[in-house]
Design a protein around this ligand. Sequence first.
Ligand SMILES: NC(=O)c1ccc[n+]([C@@H]2O[C@H](COP(=O)([O-])OP(=O)(O)OC[C@H]3O[C@@H](n4cnc5c(N)ncnc54)[C@H](OP(=O)(O)O)[C@@H]3O)[C@@H](O)[C@H]2O)c1
Length: 332
Amino acid sequence: MSAVDRFRAFVVERTAGGLDRRVRELGPGDLPPGDVLVRVEWSSVNYKDGLAAQPDGRVARISPLVPGIDLAGTVVESAAPSIPSGSAVLAHGYELGVSHHGGYAEYARLPADWVVPLPAGLTTREAMAIGTAGYTAAMAIVALEARGLAPGAGPVLVTGASGGLGRHAVAILAGRGYEVWAATGKPEEADRLRGLGAAGILTRAEVSAPSERPLESGRWAGAIDAVGGPTLPYILRTLRPGAAVAACGNAGGAAFTTTVYPFILRGVALLGMDSANVPIAERRALWARLATDLRPPRLDEAVTEVGLDELADVLDAIVAGAARGRWVVRLG
Ligand SMILES: NC(=O)c1ccc[n+]([C@@H]2O[C@H](COP(=O)([O-])OP(=O)(O)OC[C@H]3O[C@@H](n4cnc5c(N)ncnc54)[C@H](OP(=O)(O)O)[C@@H]3O)[C@@H](O)[C@H]2O)c1
């Protein structure tokens, strides 16, 4: 028997006419199987959540679905000795919010090996201010550094810089002493990005203009790309010899055209980031760093709080490119 009775959840369900998206009451029997029942305190809004709530988003694998690809809260029932009842935890990725009910509910049931004990130094709200976006930004920085990027190596470009992933990437890189350049489609965000430590601002048009030239002057010592289709060709032809781009997102589109020349004449690398499938031990280790040396500076300034009743509008806004930092979702 469960201690939990009825609770609120934002549910997306396919219907003959499109999608039914609204807050409903669920019970524990509506949750998928798992070792750990979490009382969710905070979730967040990621671009993928926006897609999960669009009729043509191609993210949701079940219907009805409780979206929310990340969550943080307190364990209230556990069959896993490693994650005891009462512990503060977070979870993201794997099937969460895609084919397994996610964070937009007051309760979530999960396999224990999807769960990250909340690292010391982070509250559950801070963990979701970081969320999947901040985790992926940190993952990209670790991958670039593993390939040799270091502060002082030269300018590092971040695209989609006003969004969740981009904002965290700018803040963490600047905090580590990098010369960060932020590319954004929102000129009004330039001052805020400079305040985070960006050394310079590029417009979205500058980093997505097509070119006939397979290579241009090698400018970037590294890059983190949240936009995809329109920007990756620009980045590849402007990376310095031996540099790498961490390809994280597709907010601007998925398809892109490039040539082999950046790879065979400059030895550049295209590093793919897939935060959803990182093995749990590696995931827990990176979260420990997100609470310490990779913690995004000025985390509180990144955050806008919303409740379940406001989610439908916010999910549409993120897909429309309106993100400014992170939306965190208050539950319970
Ligand atoms: N690989 C992974 O594991 C992983 C993990 C997390 C996120 N992602 C992906 O990374 C991307 C960013 O995620 P996020 O949660 O940070 O999203 P977000 O908050 O919405 O940020 C995306 C940003 O991209 C920029 N953008 C450029 N062209 C756009 C367009 N045509 N439509 C919408 N936005 C556009 C906008 O910033 P500016 O106005 O500043 O240009 C926007 O704010 C998404 O594609 C997401 O799916 C991937």
